[in-house]
Design a binder for this molecule. Structure first.
Ligand code: PGA
Length: 233
C-alpha cells in the first residue's frame, strides 16, 4: 500500500520542517509513504526526511527540461533537488489551471522519462457521474497514459475532493477495477480520506492500492493514522 499526502497550497518551509521532523519519528514500516509539499517547501522536506524511507513528491511538473515557460518547474530540476516524484493532473489543476488530458499525458511521460515516480490523477465530476458517464470519462482521461513501473493512478472522484463526501468502498472499488482493466498499474483512492474511513476504503474489494490524501494529510496525527490503516495486519 502507498499513502501520499497532497498538501496543496499549505505549509511553507518552516511548517514543512516541523511536520517532517515529527513524521520521521514515526514507525511506519509496512507502508510506502510520500509527502507532496508546495514547490518552495520541497528542499527542506527532502533534507529533513533524508535517510528515511519516506519519499518527497511535487504537486506538478512540466514536460520540457527547460525553456520559456514562466512559472513552471521541470523534471531535471526536481531530480536535482532529490525529489522522488510528482502528482500530475490533479482535478484542481484541470479545473483552475487549464490542465487537459493531453497535457497530463505530456507531463507524465516527461517525468517518467526523467526517472521520477508519477501519481496521475483521474476522476469524474458529480454531473458526469449523474449522467452515467463515469467510465467514458475515465477511459478518455486514461487514453493519454501508458503503464510504467513508476506510474500509479489516483482515482479521485471530483465530487468527493474536500467535500467530506467519500465514495462508498463499493463505488471506489468498482471504479478502481475499471481503471485497472484499462491500465495495469496500482490505483490509489482520493477524496475525503480520513482516519475513520481509510481502512475500509483501502481493503474493500481488493482493487485499492492506497490513498491520496488532501485535507487529512496536513495534521501529523491524522496522516499517520491513515498510513497505519494501510499496514497489513
Ligand atoms: P481531500 O483531497 O482528501 O481533502 O478530499 C484529496 C485530493 O485532492 O488529493
Amino acid at each position: 500500500m502507498l499513502v501520499a499526502g497532497n498538501w496543496k497550497m499549505y505549509k511553507g518551509p518552516a511548517e514543512t520542517a516541523e511536520f517532517c521532523l515529527g513524521l520521521r519519528e514515526q514507525d511506519l514500516d509496512g507502508v510506502d509513504v510520500v509527502v507532496c509539499p508546495p514547490f518552495v517547501s520541497l528542499a527542506v522536506a527532502v533534507q529533513v526526511l533524508a535517510g528515511t524511507e519516506i519519499a518527497v513528491g511535487a504537486q506538478n511538473v512540466h514536460w520540457e527540461n527547460e525553456g520559456a515557460f514562466t512559472g513552471e518547474i521541470s523534471p531535471p530540476m526536481l531530480r536535482e533537488l532529490g525529489v522522488y516524484g510528482a502528482i500530475v493532473g490533479h482535478s484542481e489543476r484541470r479545473q483552475y489551471f487549464g490542465e487537459t488530458d493531453e497535457t497530463v499525458g505530456r507531463r507524465t511521460r516527461a517525468a517518467l522519462a526523467a526517472g521520477l515516480f508519477v501519481i496521475a490523477c483521474v476522476g469524474e465530476t458529480e454531473a458526469e457521474r449523474e449522467r452515467g458517464e463515469t467510465e467514458d470519462v475515465l477511459r478518455r482521461q486514461l487514453a493519454h497514459l501508458e503503464a510504467d513501473d513508476n506510474l500509479v493512478i489516483a482515482y479521485e472522484p471530483v465530487w468527493a475532493i474536500g467535500t467530506g463526501k467519500t465514495a462508498t468502498p463499493e463505488i471506489a472499488d468498482a471504479a478502481h477495477a475499471f481503471v485497472k482493466s484499462i491500465i495495469d498499474v496500482p490505483v490509489l483512492y482520493g477524496g475525503s480520506v480520513k482516519p475513520e474511513n481509510a481502512a475500509e476504503l483501502m481493503t474493500h474489494g481488493g482493487h485499492v492500492d492506497g490513498a491520496l490524501v488532501g485535507g487529512a494529510s496536513l495534521e501529523l496525527e491524522s496522516f499517520t493514522a491513515i498510513c497505519r490503516a494501510a499496514i497489513p495486519s
